[in-house]
Design a protein around this ligand. Structure first.
Ligand SMILES: [Fe+2]
Length: 524
């Protein structure tokens, strides 16, 4: 028996070694078109808070267009199963979402939304949605406390965007396991890759499942939520907000005119949480956010948007946006800015005043802390020289790692923790409020695991064999290799390769024998 076991162990070990040396082609999962189509039963149930999360919450869901009348029922939940005796019924607003002419959407569905305005603070409610005949399960959530100093936590995730069902599912579920009492979740843009693509939204809803219906979402759109709706828009280089965005979320309509539901805020206990849309009309938002930050006495100010003011990744810098918004954040002493877009992790801070950060007096105090994070499976390289040249210090960074964040606010203290997709603590810090002084900063990154980079993690890029490299660069002289993925598509195994020079970027599909099967050229 022992001998058998040894032989078996040897085989497993051998298999593991070979396995890690050989490249394994990536094959995108296939979904039938009908997979994401609506039925008469409610699906895509998503919960959002209103401007005052102690009293207001909205629920939105989808059905086939045959369901024209829909309701939400809401009751204070109790341990006794017949809590529903006390339920209130609200008739939902039903709108038909006709995306039959939008490429990649090609669906007609009805969206239903119901808002409850007179909820009691700090109370667990149960709700269900349906047409009076077909109903969802009863779903529970809790309203905010009316005591501003009560402790609460929330989750924050960066770009979901790619491999949503394959890989974001584990991340969001681990996030929920780590912070089951979280009050809401911030999605900092790029929830999907192709704004209007039904399959990706379906993946997003299935990956999150009942987390989306029980943990209120606070989403802002990223650049990938903007794509042309039709040929006319494509020809004129116009990109429109995801056709699904407004039908499927019911968000506070307190943003600037024309940007409702992509720019908004809520006051969760002692914290003003503001969502901005870094894709359009950023000057109009500068004026609005200045006002929204002026007319509040909330202790904590947290802002989220997609394009970072301090980029995490190589070759990226949103200088114009930084020049426009950072002075406003400085003026109002915004505590925390949560961003995405860069497919890596970076956390750092600016100084609280004109002094440089390493000035002795201000060493333990801080201005705004800026974070970029990524939750989906696409990964970019970090900016090699950190935040040099931007008068900001990057204190912690990661590559090639799916992360979620848990932020806990308890009175004068904000604790920030970042976790990997398997629940390891990766980064942490605290901010402590001091009367008439900048926040004290407590560095806690030492509590986390070792720094993660492309060099010490499972390779993200595949290796292009030398013979194929020769074939490609014989044809495309002066280009540099940018990305390589070993893939299997429609039964063909080969390499998806991106090469570029200063004039163009070329995407190629080359099979293992060296035949170029597909070529897409983008000129800059
Ligand atoms: Fe992005």
């Amino acid at each position: 028996m022992r001998r058998v076991l040894l032989v078996f162990t040897a085989i497993v070990a051998n298999f593991t070694i070979c396995h890690s040396q050989e490249q394994r082609p990536y094959q995108e999962p296939f979904f039938e078109d009908k997979w994401s189509k609506p039925s008469e039963h409610p699906d895509r149930i998503v919960l959002n808070f209103g401007e005052n999360p102690a009293t207001t919450a909205s629920v939105t869901w989808r059905t086939s267009p045959t369901i024209n009348e829909a309701f939400a029922e809401m009751a204070i939940a109790t341990g006794a199963p017949k809590f529903w005796r006390n339920a209130k019924t609200v008739t939902a607003k039903t709108t038909t979402f006709d995306a039959s002419a939008i490429e990649t959407a090609e669906v007609v569905s009805n969206y239903h939304s119901a808002t409850f305005n007179d909820l009691q603070p700090n109370t667990t409610y149960a709700y269900r949605v349906g047409d009076g005949n077909r109903w969802s399960e009863w779903i529970q959530f809790k309203t905010a406390s009316d005591n501003p100093e009560d402790s609460f936590s929330f989750l924050y995730v960066g770009d979901t965007q790619n491999f949503i069902l394959e890989l974001w599912s584990r991340l969001i579920r681990e996030g929920y396991k780590t912070a089951p009492d979280a009050s809401f979740i911030i999605h900092a843009g790029d929830l999907v890759n192709n704004a209007h693509r039904e399959q990706e939204w379906e993946e997003w809803f299935i990956a999150g499942g009942w987390i989306h219906s029980s943990l209120p979402s606070f989403p802002v759109p990223g650049n990938h939520e903007y794509r042309p709706l039709n040929d006319e828009e494509a020809k004129n280089k116009i990109r429109s907000l995801s056709a699904q965005w407004k039908p499927q979320f019911t968000l506070p309509e307190n943003g600037p005119e024309g940007l409702e539901e992509s720019v908004y805020y809520m006051d969760y206990q002692n914290t003003r949480v503001i969502g901005l849309n870094s894709n359009e009309e950023t000057e109009k938002q500068a004026k609005w956010v200045d006002e929204v930050l002026s007319n509040t006495s909330q202790k904590w100010k947290v802002i989220t948007f997609h394009h970072p003011l301090f980029s995490a990744s190589e070759g990226r810098d949103n200088e114009e946006l930084r020049n426009l918004w950072k002075p406003i954040f400085d003026k109002h002493e915004v505590d925390l800015v949560l961003q995405g877009h860069d497919h890596s992790y970076a956390r750092g801070r600016v100084s609280p005043g004109d002094n440089v950060l390493d000035g002795v007096n201000l060493r333990d105090k801080t201005g705004t802390v800026y974070v970029v994070s990524v939750s989906g499976g696409k990964m970019y390289k970090l900016r090699p020289n950190a935040w040099e040249g931007w008068e900001a210090n990057r204190n912690r960074a990661a590559e090639n790692t799916q992360l979620f964040q848990v932020i806990t606010i308890e009175g004068d203290k904000l604790s920030f923790e970042s976790y990997t997709a398997i629940g390891e603590l990766y980064d942490a810090f605290d901010l402590v409020k001091k009367p008439n002084e900048p926040n004290s900063f407590v560095e806690r990154k030492g509590e986390g695991i070792n720094a993660r980079r492309f060099g010490n993690t499972i390779p993200y890029q595949d290796t292009l064999p030398e013979n194929l490299k020769e074939i490609i660069f014989k044809q495309y002289k002066g280009h540099q290799l940018n990305r390589v993925s070993f893939v299997k598509e429609d039964g063909v195994t080969g390499y998806r390769v991106r090469i570029r020079n200063d004039k163009q970027s070329v995407n190629l599909f080359i099979d293992e024998s060296g035949k170029i099967l597909d070529e897409d050229i983008y000129t800059f």
